[in-house]
Design a protein around this ligand. Sequence first.
Ligand SMILES: CC(C)(COP(=O)(O)OP(=O)(O)OC[C@H]1O[C@@H](n2cnc3c(N)ncnc32)[C@H](O[C@H]2O[C@H](COP(=O)(O)OP(=O)(O)OP(=O)(O)O)[C@@H](O)[C@H]2O)[C@@H]1O)[C@@H](O)C(=O)NCCC(=O)NCCS
Ligand SMILES: Nc1ncnc2[nH]cnc12
Length: 291
Amino acid sequence: MRALNLQPKPIPLAERLADLAVDALIDEADLSPKPALVDRRGSGAHTDLHLGLMHASALSLWPAFKEMAEAALDCGEIGLPLREALGRIGREGEAAMLVTTGGVNTHRGAIWALGLLVAAAALEPEANAAGAVTLRAARLALLNDRYAPQPLSHGAQVAQRYGVRGAREEAQLAFPAVTGLGLPQLKRSRAAGAGEQNARLDALLAIMTNLADTCVLYRAGEAGLHAMQHGARAVLDAGGSASLGGRRQLHALDQQLIALNASPGGAADLLAACLFLDRIERGDGLFPGVC
Ligand SMILES: CC(C)(COP(=O)(O)OP(=O)(O)OC[C@H]1O[C@@H](n2cnc3c(N)ncnc32)[C@H](O[C@H]2O[C@H](COP(=O)(O)OP(=O)(O)OP(=O)(O)O)[C@@H](O)[C@H]2O)[C@@H]1O)[C@@H](O)C(=O)NCCC(=O)NCCS
Ligand SMILES: Nc1ncnc2[nH]cnc12
């Protein structure tokens, strides 16, 4: 009689990376209370979004993230073939998202940021420091996808109008809002004894202090961006989201951004990127049993 093999089947790397990307999106959506964003309390500044839709959207992107990681493993190097494969898979992922959400743009920026990071992580899984992964992602983002359509997106419109850097440039610069603001704040707040949810809220606020969030600019102009950046700074200066003073400032920021219709969707996407990189850096479930 043969002994039963009870060893768990190894999970392919591409699937594990897709799991981590979707987990990061769901963790971001669930995190509460986020200023003017969809969370467990409600829809923030949005009339067309809710938490169930954010979850469904995140889950619909799993096949795209898996395919992006597989493309990176197949190509094995940074170059135009991989960049154009990612563009094609990203556009298909956007289409799947829009079918799931009935046409609402829930995660366009997240597909871009996490797609590049998933591919960058798959290229060299052992070189998993956030700085190394974001540099590889930046090298991919700098390549010009010849098949990318050039629609006059919201981001392109406000970039023209206000001369700011949007999602494309954030990636091309190796995600400074994540590696220079979000991740260091996440670690600082954890080290100071904040609970995980407060540390994540602080990371989001740190990103908001300096990001040119094109969603906010499109919906609420420069006044909205100013309110977002200064309000986020005020929460952190008052002691962060775990302190009573910070909590009061956070409530005021939430009210102010909702009144301005200013939803920081770009900052939310970058928080998801931050949570993904944090898990990758810690090797969280990535290597054991992965083939
Ligand atoms: C290169 C692309 C990122 C396109 O960029 P572009 O700026 O031209 O296009 P947008 O359509 O505006 O999308 C950019 C999204 O990125 C997020 N974002 C905003 N600011 C920043 C920033 N400074 N840094 C990083 N990320 C940022 C943001 O996404 C979130 O907001 C979305 C909702 O936005 P919007 O549609 O404007 O929503 P509303 O104002 O609510 O619209 P209405 O309801 O009023 O109509 C939400 O999805 C969040 O995700 C920006 O929206 C890239 O997308 C691209 O080229 N894609 C093509 C495929 C490809 O190559 N993929 C590569 C795969 S790796
Ligand atoms: N939680 C959220 N609320 C609104 N827009 C978003 N885009 C990405 N995450 C979001």
